[in-house]
Design a protein around this ligand. Structure first.
Ligand SMILES: Nc1ncnc2c1ncn2[C@@H]1O[C@H](COP(=O)(O)OP(=O)(O)O)[C@@H](O)[C@H]1O
Ligand SMILES: [Mg+2]
Length: 300
């Protein structure tokens, strides 16, 4: 089968390289598709596209642009989804999970535990929200961030003013979240593929930082998960509609569990390194299974 990977990166990028290698090992072919090379076409015949004729031969497509995916790439996914092309993950799930706030909305309504959060889009709202989310220090998050880049700890009013002067886009809004102290805390990433936990790892923040992202620390270790953690991770993937998901969780010092983030195109370099598991292989199997159960070829 042919598996399209929508990405702006090349084969040197770990996930792209591993997915291509794994597809080949299983007798399939992965094809990188740059989103700016495909132009959705709307006409008398309905929906089609120009730019990449090879898209016609794709059996399934994996969107892999991360939370910073822009409106035009999202529109492309909508187009492909409407054409009936199997997507792993599908348009609705990507649309929800590229936004930190829409993700939390989808989780909380299903009683999946998340940290107290307020979404504000004004300066006044920002300062009103601070005591309502536990007071300083408070975690401030951009709606779409990745690899720890869109998140900061604001410790006092001066820092809040400095942040508001440069980092806030009131048209997009911003999240204020209760800070979970690092003492006695565990940060976990559970990788969910096709409704089961394919692997899990623990990441510790660097000294002095509160963010545990593999991208920042480069250190991870394998982690056995309890049935409760596994259930929460599987539920988080299910309610956001993801076939493939990287679920970030925190277990605080009182053993309370919170889902922090749900990633629709998670990296897996740290996880494969820590566990020795073939995560790329699981993802390819999942994509092939979805292509088979949808059972159609792309028409251009
Ligand atoms: N409310 C919070 N309290 C304490 N630490 C947090 C909180 N939210 C996030 N973090 C830390 O910051 C990291 C990055 O946050 P996350 O929301 O996953 O954004 P990103 O998309 O940048 O990974 C998390 O893995 C966690 O270690
Ligand atoms: Mg994260």
């Amino acid at each position: 089968m042919n598996i399209g990977i929508i990405t702006v990166r090349d084969l040197d990028y770990h996930p792209n390289g591993r997915l291509s290698q794994s597809a080949a090992e299983k007798g399939h072919r992965a094809v990188l598709i740059h989103p700016y090379e495909v132009w959705p076409k709307i006409g008398e015949e309905g929906l089609g596209y120009e730019g990449r004729p090879d898209l016609r031969s794709m059996d399934v497509i994996m969107p892999r642009q991360g939370a910073t995916i822009g409106e035009s790439s999202l529109t492309l996914l909508h187009h492909l989804s409407r054409m009936g092309i199997p997507l792993v993950n599908d348009f609705d799930a990507v649309r929800i999970t590229r936004s930190q706030i829409m993700t939390l909305q989808a989780l909380a309504i299903e009683k999946i535990p998340v940290p107290d959060t307020l979404f504000v889009n004004s300066r006044k709202g920002f300062f009103k929200a601070i005591p309502l989310t536990g007071g300083y220090p408070v975690v401030v998050k951009q709606v779409s961030g990745r690899q720890g880049a869109g998140i900061q700890l604001v410790e006092n009013r001066n820092q809040a003013n400095a942040m508001l002067a440069k980092d806030i886009d009131l048209r997009t809004g911003i999240l204020l979240q209760r800070f979970i102290p690092t003492v006695g805390r565990q940060d976990l990433r559970i990788f969910v593929v096709g409704g089961r936990a394919a692997g899990a790892m623990e990441i510790q923040p660097e000294n002095g930082d509160f963010r545990a992202n593999f991208h920042l620390t480069r250190k991870s270790r394998p982690r056995k998960v309890t049935p409760m953690l596994e259930k929460i991770a599987l539920d988080a993937a299910r309610v956001t509609g993801l076939d493939i998901a990287g679920i970030d969780l925190i277990v605080d010092r009182h053993d309370d569990i919170y889902v922090i983030e749900v990633n629709y195109s998670p990296g897996f370099k740290g996880l494969e390194k820590a566990t020795g598991l073939d995560i790329a292989g699981c993802m390819i199997d999942c994509a092939i299974a979805k292509a088979k159960c949808t059972g159609r070829k792309v028409e251009g």
